[in-house]
Design a protein around this ligand. Structure first.
Ligand SMILES: Cc1cc2nc3c(=O)[nH]c(=O)nc-3n(C[C@H](O)[C@H](O)[C@H](O)COP(=O)(O)O)c2cc1C
Ligand SMILES: [Mn+2]
Length: 498
């Protein structure tokens, strides 16, 4: 998919998009409509009359099926495997392997962004006084938000030292027709670029991209890796870039809208409060002011938006995509990890459930500390470790082991470390307590008395009952009626789970 237009066309063909021609207000009304549709597992919405010339697209990422359509993959795990295959590349042996190896190398070559001379994103160019953010249907999301916020931007910066590009998704509170705040949090790469540039930095913000490139802006890559490379790799074709008009950066040629501009040294203001994905209003804090020097657009540009708030919301699926896509990369450093789950209700930084192939005493603690040392996962407040046979996505199963297998004195680790910028619970911002729960089976090597055997039916009897099921005159056990947890899975529960 080249751009947002291809994506909208695909969504429409797949019955995954509804057009709303009724006039709606981007001031709160769109939030309430979208919240109801997201929670019902409903379609993407293209609001054609959001009190603006420009339509507003929302809920493009709101279901697992749409995420898979976005990545053109049968499952999010399949997207992760594609990345894992390249990470685990070995020197090829034999012709077949060599050919496969070449295909993988080609996919790496395709991931490099490509510069082109013209781009649709510059059909309209407004500079200086012509810049007018009021042209866009920027949403005011929640009642206590002081202003409208751009919520789905891809913010492009360059680290002045190595010259590497970064793309991050950082919300932008509108200040006036030509300026916004830039809410890059303490641990984020865009902020690091700004600090490295000694406080004055040029930036460009792309709005309205193909879904893979938009997702990539939210991906927690190591700082020196360009998110546009990940986008090109996952798309299987390079992201095309054009030179920006007023700053020394390149911008996605097919974007709907681009805002170019600059942050001047020491120009800060109080950003927020904002009804955030934590489910609370994050309080006002100082953030830099982004002065827009140029606004370029397609002639009939579509403005993309997302609402975050008390989970589950649309962003749950961006988070789940990251969870799945990064599993193989995490296994590269911590190979004993079998699987992990970041519950949506845990707002992603509050809880990690991880299953491991336990091989030695204290192994669960080793993995807790690995997670607390791993990229953005390091900000996790709680880590629950279970054995490899436990399904980390089945929270009732996990709860069973957390209560059954844990001696709180022995198996709970309390420690301290860095916490998410937005976590309101710790006494100090940014740093505080962490909890690890070792819910694995313990062995004599860990000093426990003999661990009992878990109850499992024998294979012969299971096969016998499988064979005879029809004879009993009982309904076929389906996930809906008699699922693993003995409970139905409504759309909402499924979203809360994964
Ligand atoms: C919808 C959405 C909104 C986000 N808003 C912010 C934000 O305002 N500030 C921030 O620092 N991170 C925000 N994030 C998370 C970052 O995009 C994410 O941490 C990303 O990895 C940042 O890029 P970086 O690692 O290159 O800094 C948001 C993520 C999503 C999905
Ligand atoms: Mn980055």
């Amino acid at each position: 998919m080249r751009d947002l237009r291809d994506w909208i066309a695909l969504l429409e063909r797949e019955g995954e998009l509804l057009r709303v021609s009724t006039e709606v207000d981007p001031h709160l009304e769109i939030t309430e409509i979208t919240d109801r549709v997201v929670k019902a597992g409903g379609p993407a919405l293209l609001f054609e009359n959001p009190k603006s010339e420009h339509p507003l697209l929302i809920n493009q990422f709101g279901t697992e099926r749409r995420m898979c359509l976005a990545f053109d993959a049968p499952s999010l795990d399949a997207v992760g495997s594609k990345l894992g295959d390249v990470l685990e590349m070995q020197p090829p042996q034999g012709l077949v392997q060599k050919v496969k190896g070449l295909q993988k190398l080609k996919s790496i070559a395709d991931s490099l962004p490509k510069t082109v001379s013209r781009g649709a994103c510059q059909e309209v160019v407004l500079t200086g006084d012509e810049v007018d953010l009021d042209l866009l249907p920027i949403q005011r999301c929640w009642p206590e938000d002081p202003a409208p916020f751009v919520t789905l931007p891809a913010v492009i910066t360059r680290d002045p030292r190595p010259g590497t590009r970064n793309v991050g998704m950082y919300r932008m509170q509108k200040i006036d027709a030509r300026s916004t705040f830039m809410h890059w949090q303490l641990h984020k790469d865009g902020r690091a670029d700004w600090l490295a540039a000694d406080g004055r930095i040029e930036l460009a913000v792309a709005l309205g991209l193909d879904p893979v490139t938009a997702y990539s802006a939210s991906a927690p890559l190591p700082k020196h890796i360009d998110e546009l490379m990940l986008a090109g790799f996952l798309k299987g074709s390079p992201v095309e870039l054009v030179k920006a008009k007023t700053v020394d950066l390149e911008v996605p040629a097919d974007a709907e809208i681009v805002l170019e501009g600059v942050i001047e040294r020491d120009e800060l203001g109080l950003e927020g409060p904002f009804g955030d994905h934590t489910g609370y209003y994050t309080p006002a804090e100082p953030f830099p002011v982004f002065r827009v020097t140029a606004m370029t657009m397609r002639r009939d540009a579509i403005y993309p938006s997302i609402v975050v708030g008390k989970p589950p919301q649309e962003d749950a699926w961006l988070g789940k995509a990251t969870e799945r896509i990064f599993l193989p990369a995490i296994r590269m450093t911590v190979p004993e990890i079998v699987d992990y789950d970041l519950p949506v209700a845990g707002a992603f930084h509050n809880c990690v459930i991880v299953s491991i192939r336990k091989a030695f005493p204290g192994h669960a603690r080793k993995v807790m500390h690995a997670i607390w040392g791993l990229g953005m996962l390091s900000l996790s407040k709680s880590v629950v470790v279970v054995d490899e046979h436990v399904d980390v996505h089945d929270y009732e199963q996990v709860f069973f082991y957390v209560t059954a297998n844990v001696d709180p004195r022995r198996d709970v680790v309390l420690t301290e470390g860095p916490l998410d910028h937005l976590d309101h619970a710790p006494t100090l911002q940014f740093v505080g307590g962490k909890i690890g729960i070792d819910a694995t089976a313990k062995g004599p090597a860990e000093g426990t008395r003999e661990w009992p055997e878990e109850i499992v039916m024998s294979a012969e009897i299971r096969e016998l009952v499988d064979r005879r099921w029809a004879e009993y005159g009982l309904p076929e056990p389906s996930v809906g009626a008699m699922g693993k947890n003995g409970a139905g899975r409504s759309g909402l529960r499924q979203l809360l789970r994964r």
